[in-house]
Design a protein around this ligand. Structure first.
Ligand SMILES: CC(C)(COP(=O)(O)OP(=O)(O)OC[C@H]1O[C@@H](n2cnc3c(N)ncnc32)[C@H](O)[C@@H]1OP(=O)(O)O)[C@@H](O)C(=O)NCCC(=O)NCCS
Length: 175
């Protein structure tokens, strides 16, 4: 378990699927997620099990973000090991409960997983991708220390139009 002032990051349990399904397919949250297709309870159960599998193989780590004050699962983070030799990882975060947006919890959660990635897993660099029209996410990642390193133009068809993405990264030496 990783602990900050307001959140803990812990492994996902099958029981977590109830809270996840209350929010996961809501359009207001879903518009920021790269995968647009609504997902079923069974698919989410498989995803949780997939998280256990990749963790046991050392290929990736999925953590629930729990708001400490209410002991409430509000989102999750995924760290995938992209290259074992170069020690590159990629990160994704989703706070699916929108009542908890813009309270600094995304930044706090990202800082916890970045510290884990560099200090425990000994990764060398981390990268992530976000929609270019998502300033809230960009600001969150900048506060953690990520820098914009490139853009993909018209990379995703989203809500009737093509949207570009921003690639950001962070080196261990900058942390
Ligand atoms: C994106 C996400 C991870 C950010 O986490 P968060 O807890 O909401 O973010 P934080 O509160 O830590 O930081 C958000 C920052 O963006 C700023 N912000 C919010 N809306 C903004 C906007 N429209 N333009 C510019 N800045 C904005 C906030 O003011 C805050 O910056 P500040 O602390 O300097 O004031 C979270 O909102 C989330 O998971 N959203 C839904 C799923 C998603 O978008 N996942 C990421 C896909 S790349």
């Amino acid at each position: 378990m990783l602990e900050g002032p307001n959140v803990i990051l812990r492994g996902l349990e099958l029981d977590d699927v109830d809270e996840l399904m209350k929010h996961w397919n809501e359009p207001e949250h879903r518009k920021f997620i790269l995968n647009k297709t609504p997902q079923s309870r069974e698919e989410e159960i498989e995803w949780i099990k997939h998280g256990w599998q990749i963790r046991s193989e050392g290929k990736g780590y999925i953590f629930a973000i729990v708001f400490k004050e209410k002991n409430l699962y509000i989102g999750h983070l995924q760290l995938d090991i992209k290259d074992q030799i170069s020690k590159r990882g990629s990160l994704g975060i989703a706070i699916f409960n929108k009542d908890y947006w813009n309270k600094g919890l995304g930044t706090e959660s990202m800082k916890l997983i970045v510290e884990y990635a560099f200090s425990t897993l000994n990764l060398h660099s981390l990268e992530l991708e976000l929609y270019s029209n998502h300033p809230q996410a960009k600001r969150c990642y900048e506060k953690v220390g990520f820098k914009e390193v490139g853009r993909l133009r018209e990379a995703y068809f989203n809500n009737g139009q093509y949207v570009g993405t921003i690639i950001m990264d962070l080196l261990k030496s900058e942390w």
